[in-house]
Structures are given as C-alpha cells and as structure tokens.
Design a protein around this ligand. Structure first.
Ligand SMILES: C[S@@+](CC[C@H](N)C(=O)[O-])C[C@H]1O[C@@H](n2cnc3c(N)ncnc32)[C@H](O)[C@@H]1O
Length: 256
C-alpha cells in the first residue's frame, strides 16, 4: 500500500499509469509512480531525481527537462546508453538472452554474473537485473559483489525488451543522466526546480521513504534538516525547517 503525504495545499492531478518497467530494481516505484507524480506541482523548471534507480518516476512523469542521477556508475551507464544509443541497449540484452535461451540457464546466468563481478559494467548489469531471482539485484556490502542467484522466471524476450527501450527512449527525451552523489545533484537545483528523492534509507526492513522538494531559495542551516528524508527528528520538525527555508517539502512512504 502506498501512503502519501505530499504538498499540503495541492490536490493530486491524474497521471496516467505507466507499468512497463525497463529495469527491475530494489525499491522500484513503477507500480506507484503515477500516484507519486500526481502530487507533484504542475509548474516547475527542471526535474531532478538524484536517486534514479529504475527511473520509474522520471519515465512516468516524462518531464520536458530533467536530470536523473545516481552514485552507481554501471546503472547510470545504462541510462546514458538509453539516451545515446538505444540500439546498443537492445543488442546488449538480446546477446545475453540468446545465450541463456540456447544453453544451460543457471550456468549461463552465473557466467554473466562472473563477468559483471570481475568488471562491473552496464551491459551485464542490465541483463542480470531482468533475470535474477525476484528481480532484485543485491550487492555485498563489503566489496560490492553481486550475489543474487538466477530467477525462476523467464526474462522478457528481446522483442519485448526492444519495444520497452523505444518507449523509454521517447519518455526520457528531455533527460540527461549523470553519475554523482545526491548532494551534488541537489545542489544543482535552481529556484523553481523540482527534486524528487527516493533514497536507499530504510527505517526498518520494510519501509522506504521518498521525498519531493521544490526549490524556492537555497536551503540553509543544519544539514540534517536540509534532507527532507532525514530519519532523525520528527517529520513536522523537518518540514517546518524546510518551509522556513523556502522549500516545499513532501514525502511518500511505502508500507509493505
Ligand atoms: C530506493 S533506490 C531508488 C529507486 C527508484 N525510485 C526506483 O523507482 O527505482 C535508491 C537509489 O539510490 C542510489 N544511491 C545510493 N546512495 C546514493 C548516493 N549517496 N548518492 C546518489 N545515489 C545513491 C542507489 O544506487 C539506488 O539506485
């Protein structure tokens, strides 16, 4: 269930659901993206999404101008390839899908996983996230080793993936993708821009938070209060601090 507490004064607008995800990703908001976007303000400059993950919200919103970013380089390379060379993305997927279909599925999957773990790269990651167990690519904390076993499902066909690439290419035409830390991404937002944050913070194993900020003036003060998703302190305190700074805060919470 999705519970939303976004802009106090604005009513949600209807946003068409868009359910055909390109990537499976932990914390993927594809199912809820239209609901989240329905609470966004109607007028904003550039849309910033500093924890882009699977890109579900950005692609559903399909804004005129956007910066999608993440600190995970192989993931960002997938997004950059979608923009610059969608045919290459299709080829990456089809090559690996054909190998899997023509061989021993668990063994081929493990080969691709070994290849990724030896040299983390966008092409292997793309296929692993569509074919791994539960569609959730997990990494070992200590060394970033990708550990998820093969999924029991059959990954979508190259034809179906290619159609998704075309649709996602169209929906992200206003976007650029960059690899950077969220602090850098947020610091680039200008007055009137919109920032949607869905960080990997988990209050417990079962709750993920998201937040939206519309920039009025630069935020000043306690850095802990500048982050609308900050887990410390009661929510109203954080929101009040943001409002005083000219920022319009909102948050979404997913209880699963
Ligand atoms: C919960 S996921 C975002 C999910 C996304 N909303 C979706 O629908 O798929 C959080 C993302 O934050 C990224 N991340 C983690 N730490 C980060 C940091 N310090 N700066 C920027 N991105 C970060 C992770 O790589 C991950 O892709």
């Amino acid at each position: 269930m999705m519970q939303l507490a976004m802009f106090d004064t604005e009513r949600p607008v209807r946003v068409e659901p868009f359910q055909s995800g390109l990537l499976k990703w932990i914390g993927n908001k594809q199912r809820f993206a239209h609901e989240i976007a329905s609470y966004f303000p109607q007028d904003f400059g550039t849309y910033h999404e500093p924890f882009i993950g699977s890109g579900a919200v950005l692609a559903t919103l399909s804004p005129h101008r956007a910066v999608g970013s993440d600190s995970f380089a192989p993931l960002v390379e997938i997004w950059q390839t979608l923009r610059r060379s969608p045919e290459k993305l299709k080829r990456w997927y089809a090559e690996r899908w054909n190998r899997l279909a023509g061989g021993d599925k668990p063994e081929v999957y493990e080969q691709i996983k070994r290849s990724y773990n030896a040299h983390p790269n966008a092409a292997d990651l793309l296929f692993l996230c569509r074919s791994c167990y539960g569609g959730v690519v997990r990494f070992r904390k200590a060394d970033g080793y990708m550990s998820t076993p093969v999924g029991i499902h059959d990954p979508i066909s190259p034809g179906s993936f290619a159609r998704r690439v075309d649709e996602w290419h169209r929906r992200t035409q206003g976007a650029v993708f960059e690899c950077m830390e969220y602090e850098e991404a947020i610091s680039r937002a200008k007055p009137g821009d919109l920032v949607y944050c869905d960080p990997p913070y988990s209050h417990s194993q079962s709750i993920l938070y998201g937040a939206v900020v519309q920039f009025g003036e630069p935020v000043r003060g306690d850095p802990a209060l500048q982050a609308p998703w900050c887990p410390r302190g009661p929510q109203h305190r954080r929101h009040e601090a943001l409002r005083r700074s000219g920022v319009r805060p909102a948050s979404s919470r997913r209880a699963v």
